[in-house]
Design a protein around this ligand. Structure first.
Ligand code: T1G
Ligand code: NAD
Length: 702
């Protein structure tokens, strides 16, 4: 087995190169290779200085995260970095791409650091529920000061080379060939008689690292990493850098780091790191699968969804034609899009020129013949079956052969829509989430006849418009995956518990405290109570299910309390303010509905609220798995995290169930089945896996 680390000596300079595609993630082989190379270079009298480089598209992008589950084999990071830092010959490293986590910690153990202008550097460990575990909590504060170190680690996103230079994280930004520049610098250091400059021997600058700063950092963590323990662990470890020797600080970092790695929080965040990447792996599709060439996109319907979808495509450089039969709607859409780009400029996220250039990619028409030459059309008109069938028959005539016909429907059966065209193989569901240019999730719905070519093209397009795209089947009931679980589990239970005595605010707080971005009622008021009522009606669900079934939601809809856009929903809203205000009128509606249904309200605990809402999700998720509507349980987790604000540090509903234990989940669901009847009938897969001691992440499609 060839080592991913090579050593060459050129003119008195030892060059140690790491080469392990795709991102040089540091594993046992790399650590062993580094150790071996450094032992040789240090012992070689012909070597005056050592240069560390990485080949490929990036410097080391961190420790190999999979090792946290398989174990970090010897040599350990500290053994290798002690050797590097301990070298009496100057060690220079040159970074490109993204130097992250253990990669940047490798650089911190070197004596001199340079990078090319495009390089970025970061310690994103908190995003994985862990802390830097290879010396970062001890060496970074020594190099750039405790305050800047914590700001960088809490910031998670990597910093640019010029910022790194400003902080003193790197000594120079180099142009041209990185290897040559690093070797030249090493030679210069030797010529100037410069020896090692060990980060570990530096003193930590504690300027500005005071209670006010810590309070500010804790506030930031409370906003960005709410419910997570890793930020406090990080502050403890960095705190040690100011009071302990390097060795003691490293030992403590190891102890704290191991606790973090063993935590459910980190297991969940690592799960999502890989689940987010795995969603793009579609059985039967690979690089050799043909694609449809798509550079021009038509959007039919310029309403809530149409305008967001247009922005998402224009931002990715597609030329976009929006068509709407309603002139007024089209003008309103054009204004909303112009406002969007104006606010991007105002917030410094885009410069004037780029905004104008991007907005110019979008054209507005009232005549659908404009679609004659586009490569793909996405339909986003009213959620009405007959209207959509009419439109697809029309698009089939207007659009050129081979053009993809996509629908943004959130509830309708796409096989039936495809059936009205002569090109069902080119019909696919692209289910965006509102606001479509912001929400990361895209449910790609493969209809029965959707071709692999069209599916593969849709997955590529999703990556280009920066979406986390999950491919799902139509499934046995409406709503694909996300909406189906929301309606057949999560919100159904929340609505019923209102009748049983839990208040709107109590339910929202219980779910918010669980870690969701917002509770179900604030979410409903944001998306529109009328949208939910329309779904319950158009799908016939309201009529098909015995009461109580969404009684409160439907009552509010009937009363015109459609949410924020009307200033009245589950809460009341002041003009121009999105802050939810308790409205006793809603309590009265709930109380009279409960009385009408003969339900005696009583106290309900926050724990029961969380269990009924989240286990409702899990039980429906298990049905979706056993049907094969998704490829992996991680797909469901990605849908709920990127589309519905499920807490990332809990890993998504299916992974959360694995953490709780499927036997525990099953026992609770079975108890609810006794109490509430068949809406809580345990999914056969949940019962089976609970009995067999399995996890949903063990489930395999097919
Ligand atoms: N470990 C294992 N696999 C990794 C990996 C890693 N650190 N980083 C990427 N991959 C895989 C990824 O799963 C994918 O695989 C492929 O590489 C390409 O990645 C001791 C403890 C570097 C910005 O958190 O942020 O160091 O799907 O599709 O969009 O203190 O990957 O092809 O099979 O994401 O160009 C800290 C994680 C680790 C960085 C590139 N480091 N990586 O993005 O490609 S913890 C991180 C990224 C640590 C130390 C601690 C991104 C990227 P596959 P990709 P990309
Ligand atoms: P909307 O009512 O805001 O906009 C629909 C637009 O379609 C209107 O501007 C209307 O003028 C236009 N339209 C109607 N008939 C047309 C025709 N024959 N030709 C051209 N334009 C026509 O609706 P929306 O909320 O944007 O929803 C659009 C679709 O997206 C629906 O299928 C809906 O289920 C789905 N969806 C909505 C959301 C959401 O949160 N609103 C989320 C996901 C999916």
């Amino acid at each position: 087995m060839t080592s991913p680390v090579s050593l060459s000596v050129e003119d008195g300079i030892a060059v140690v190169t790491i080469d392990q595609p795709p991102v040089n993630a540091i594993n046992q082989a790399i650590r062993a290779g580094l150790k071996d190379s450094f032992e040789k270079a240090i012992a070689d009298p012909a070597v005056a200085a050592i240069v560390v480089l990485a080949a490929g598209r990036t410097y080391m992008a961190g420790a190999d995260i999979t090792e946290f589950d398989t174990g970090v084999g010897a040599p350990g990071y500290h053994d290798v970095f002690r050797l590097i830092e301990g070298s009496d010959k100057p060690v220079v490293t040159a970074m490109h791409g993204t130097a992250l986590g253990g990669g940047l910690e490798t650089a911190l153990s070197c004596h001199y650091r340079c990078a090319d202008a495009k390089a970025r550097m970061g310690l994103p460990e908190l995003s994985l529920g862990i802390i830097p575990g290879a010396g970062g909590t001890q060496r970074l504060p020594r190099l750039i000061g405790a305050k800047a170190a914590v700001e960088m680690i809490f910031g998670i996103a990597p910093i640019k080379a010029d910022k790194a230079h400003e902080l003193g994280l790197i000594d120079r930004i180099v142009e041209g060939d990185l290897k040559e520049a690093a070797i030249a610098w090493a030679k210069q250091l030797v010529a100037e008689g410069k020896g090692p400059r060990r980060t570990g021997e530096m003193k930590v600058d504690t300027t500005g690292y005071d209670d006010a700063f810590l309070a500010e950092m804790r506030k930031l963590a409370g906003k960005r990493m709410r419910g997570q323990e890793a930020p406090e662990r990080l502050l403890e470890a960095v705190g040690n850098s100011m009071t302990m020797s390097l060795e003691d600080g490293l030992a403590e970092e190891g102890r704290i780091g191991d606790e973090a790695i063993a935590s459910d929080e980190s297991a969940a965040l690592r799960h999502i790191f890989f689940a987010e990447r795995e969603v793009a792996r579609i059985p039967g599709i690979d690089k050799s699968t043909p694609r449809v060439e798509v550079s021009t996109v038509g959007i039919l319907g310029s309403g809530t969804m149409g305008n967001g979808i247009a922005i998402a495509f224009a931002n990715a450089g597609y030329s976009v034609k929006i068509v709407d039969t309603a002139e007024a709607a089209l003008q309103a859409c054009e204004k909303r899009i112009a406002d969007n780009y104006a606010s991007q400029v105002a917030r410094g996220r885009m410069n004037e020129e780029k905004a104008a250039e991007t907005a110019a990619l979008i054209s507005y028409e009232t005549d659908d013949n404009a679609f004659a030459d586009v490569d793909m059309v996405i339909e986003a008109v009213f959620e009405n079956f007959d209207l959509k069938k009419q439109i697809f028959a029309r698009l089939d005539e207007v659009c050129k052969p081979g053009a993809i016909l996509a629908t943004n429907t959130s509830t309708l059966n796409i096989d039936d829509i495809a059936a009205v065209t002569k090109r069902p193989e080119s019909v696919i569901g692209l289910h965006f989430f509102s606001p479509a240019h912001i929400m990361k999730l895209l449910e790609i719905v493969r209809a029965e006849k959707t071709s692999k070519e069209v599916l593969a093209t849709a997955v590529d397009i999703a990556r280009r418009i920066r979406k986390v795209a999950v491919v799902v089947g139509i499934g046995s009931t409406f709503g694909f995956v996300g909406n189906r679980m929301m309606i057949h589990g999560y919100i159904r239970e929340a609505d019923q518990m209102l009748l049983e005595g839990a208040s709107v605010a109590q339910i929202d707080k219980a779910i918010y405290d669980f870690g969701f971005a917002m509770g179900p009622w604030t979410m409903n008021d944001t998306a529109g109570v009328d949208v939910m009522c329309k779904v319950l009606d158009t799908t016939g669900l309201a009529a098909a299910n015995p009461e109580p079934f969404y009684n409160v939601t439907r009552k509010l809809g009937e009363a015109g309390r459609v949410g924020q856009k009307a200033g009245l929903g589950f809460y009341r809203y002041e003009e121009g303010n999105r802050a939810p205000i308790h409205d006793p009128a809603v309590d009265e509606i709930i109380a009279s509905e409960a009385a009408r249904l003969g339900i005696e309200p009583g106290p309900i605990s926050d724990e029961e609220i969380r269990k009924r809402c989240v286990y409702g999700l899990i039980n429906e998720g298990a049905r979706i798995l056993e049907e094969g509507t998704v490829y992996r349980s991680g797909d469901i987790d990605a849908i709920w995290i990127f589309g519905y604000g499920f807490p990332r540090f809990r890993g998504g509903p299916m992974f959360y169930a694995d953490l709780v234990g499927l036997d525990n989940v099953y026992n609770t669901v079975a108890a609810y089945h006794q109490r509430f009847g068949d809406t809580w009938k345990p999914a056969p897969l949940l019962e089976k896996f609970a009995r067999e001691g399995k996890r949903f992440s063990d489930w395999k499609a097919g």
